[in-house]
Ligand binder design. Structure first.
Ligand code: ZN
Ligand code: ZN
Length: 211
């Protein structure tokens, strides 16, 4: 795999480590950690630090229940056996979220397809399939959007993203991701609020596709 250049921010990694992220975001973070040695090392260091703090604090200061829940959390949501395994292009946490099934692609138009893996009140996470050279309609964001490349690559106003790269977008970014030529770009994308599409037509479709 070519070198990963876009990583998890420290804020996101810390929030993930203590279990403060919506489930949809956790899937993307866990998937990046499974692909990225650098972020995995940072995460494991955070886990070790968290465990040491909990142990040195002692149960007379921290209720047993809290201690147990934090230590459980540090054990991770993901099955250790499968967390770092990939099935084809799909990292372990993605396979777990799909319950081992293959993607069920639904057409969004222009050759773009999606498969919503999980959607709840806090956010949603989906697989996106973007044909080579195809653009995703330009849009702003009401909240945060995390996009992890699983196959191929895309570029937008902020840079180039290849396999394993993570783009973190928020309210301040308006962008038009375009898949590069070659193989189709397949991404794992999580949002914590509805995207704001600029063009009228995609906005009409938004409730239908729950983007
Ligand atoms: Zn990383
Ligand atoms: Zn976006």
């Amino acid at each position: 795999m070519s070198a990963i250049t876009h990583h998890i921010s420290q804020d996101l990694l810390a929030a993930y480590a203590v279990g403060h992220l919506p489930k949809a975001f956790s899937v993307v973070i866990a998937a990046h950690i499974s692909l990225c040695d650098e972020c995995r090392a940072s995460y494991e260091a955070l886990q070790a630090l968290g465990g040491a703090v909990m142990e040195s604090t002692g149960s007379e200061k921290v209720s047993d229940r809290l201690l147990t829940s934090v230590l459980d959390r540090l054990d991770d949501d993901w099955d250790d056996e499968t967390a770092y395994e990939r099935s084809g292009i799909y990292p372990g946490p993605v396979m777990e979220t799909m319950n081992g099934r293959q993607p069920r692609w639904k057409k969004l138009g222009m050759g773009v397809k999606q498969d919503i893996l999980l959607a709840d009140a806090e956010g949603s996470v989906r697989l996106l399939y973007i044909p080579p050279g195809q653009a995703v309609p330009d849009h702003g964001h009401n909240g945060q959007e995390l996009t992890l490349v699983l196959q191929g690559s895309f570029s937008d106003e902020t840079g180039h993203f290849g396999v394993g790269d993570l783009e973190i977008a928020d309210e301040s970014l308006e962008h038009t991701p375009i898949a590069e030529d070659g193989v189709a770009c397949i991404c794992l994308a999580a949002t914590d609020a509805s995207l704001k599409f600029n063009a009228f037509f995609p906005r009409l479709l938004q409730p239908i596709f729950r983007i």
